[in-house]
Design a protein. Structure first.
Length: 401
């Protein structure tokens, strides 16, 4: 994808896994051919940004060599299969994720659908492999599957509250593929703009045909809260401020680990360091670049690219967000936007700051509550190189959550 500051190149980790050697390769590419940051997305992808036209072929070929993207561009355009980071290699969750990932590439890539007379699935459509504890229950997906603790397998559709139980992993995968293919065909028959999410066509899904091997079940458990940085049984969850990993910091971490050590990607813009000595390693990390515990105030802010990298930005949104992080109330989340376009706006945001300009040297910061119609927005002058308006911290405290 092309953006104002060059190409954005996305890597979709298979089974959420990237090893230390691959992270080192990503960091080296970020330092040599892109912006020196590795971005974590909300669905567990990673991306490099700011790649020049002339550097794109070399970058892609090095990502293929590092086994970070498939050599076959058609396979890379198959719908994403997001995966929980909480599994043990070769356990039933991992086997299910591997089985589904292979089936999606073989049977739902654009060329496979084209052979059946269908257009490619929309880029918003995705599948998700959850764990038995349903840790990813709060992450939206069109098709969610999991290996249950009782030996069975589950499937949930869109935002439907109920689910279907399968006795066999292959039956579940086949059903998921058939439903995705049904959606690919059914959306083409919709007049006007075709829907991009399965949820829109769920009422017309032929359940009897597509789910004949499944047993309908009741309501799914309530969605789990996002997993925050800190120690877990499987390793240590590490956050990166604003979801952006400093490439030099990653290079140092990756170089300190055995090449095959996994640093899995989570859907909460964080990493799971799968190392037996994670506590000792975490203690040595540079706190400027890593968030290692759930109390870190930087977890309460997000920001768009902002200046200097976005030509439309009036302010350095990321710097402002980090400066204001200690003033955001504990249950709040502040999103800072360099202009009124609100790229990458977090759905968690309870308060917003965006910048506008009324003349080349008159930049304003607008602060208000997110998603609360009628809540007044306060406008404050901003001067590059000066301290932020003194009223902002108090204002953030006073905004409704
Ligand atoms: S919101 Fe505006 S300033 Fe921020 S990245 Fe998007 S266009 Fe650029």
């Amino acid at each position: 994808m092309r953006s104002e500051d060059g190409w954005i190149v996305r890597v979709r980790p298979v089974c959420a896994s990237i090893n230390a050697e691959q992270w080192a390769a990503l960091a080296a590419l970020a330092l040599s051919l892109a912006h020196p940051q590795i971005e974590l997305t909300r669905l567990g992808n990673v991306q490099l940004r700011g790649v020049a036209d002339a550097d794109l072929p070399a970058l892609l070929s090095q990502l293929v060599a590092a086994r970070l993207i498939p050599a076959d561009a058609d396979a890379d355009l198959a719908p994403p299969v997001h995966c929980t980071p909480f599994y043990t290699v070769h356990d039933r969750t991992h086997q299910l994720a591997a089985l589904l990932s292979r089936a999606v590439v073989e049977r739902l890539c654009p060329s496979a659908l084209e052979r059946q007379g269908m257009a490619a699935l929309p880029s918003k459509f995705g599948l998700l492999v959850d764990d038995a504890a349903r840790s990813l229950g709060g992450v939206a997906s069109d098709l969610r599957v999991w290996a249950d603790a009782d030996g069975g397998y589950g499937l949930a559709l869109g935002e439907a509250g109920d689910w279907y139980r399968f006795a066999d992993a292959q039956q579940l995968v086949d059903a998921a593929i058939h439903i995705a293919a049904w959606f690919a065909r059914a959306r083409m028959a919709v007049s006007g703009k075709p829907p991009t999410r399965l949820q829109a066509l769920l009422p017309s899904l032929p359940l009897d045909t597509l789910l004949q091997d499944a047993v309908p079940q009741g309501a799914q458990p309530p969605a789990a809260a996002p997993v925050l940085p800190g120690q877990l049984a499987q390793g240590w969850v590490l956050g990166a401020p604003l979801g952006r990993i400093d490439a030099l910091a990653m290079q140092a971490l990756a170089a300190s680990l055995p090449a095959d050590t996994e640093i899995r990607v989570t859907p909460w813009r964080s990493l799971l360091l799968m190392s037996a000595d994670a506590p000792a390693r975490v203690a040595r990390l540079d706190a400027r670049h890593w968030m290692t515990d759930a109390a870190d105030a930087r977890l309460r802010v997000s920001a768009c690219t902002g200046s200097p990298r976005c030509a439309q930005a009036h302010v350095p949104a990321q710097d402002i967000a980090l400066q204001l992080a200690p003033h955001v109330p504990e249950r709040g989340h502040l999103h800072v936007s360099g202009c009124a376009k609100f790229c990458a706006l977090s759905s968690d945001a309870t308060s917003l700051i965006f910048a506008s300009t009324s003349a080349p040297d008159a930049v304003w910061l607008h602060a208000g509550a997110a998603g609360q119609p009628g809540c007044p927005t306060v406008r404050l002058p901003y001067r590059a190189g000066s301290a932020l308006p003194a009223e902002l911290p108090t204002l953030l405290h006073d905004l409704p959550l």
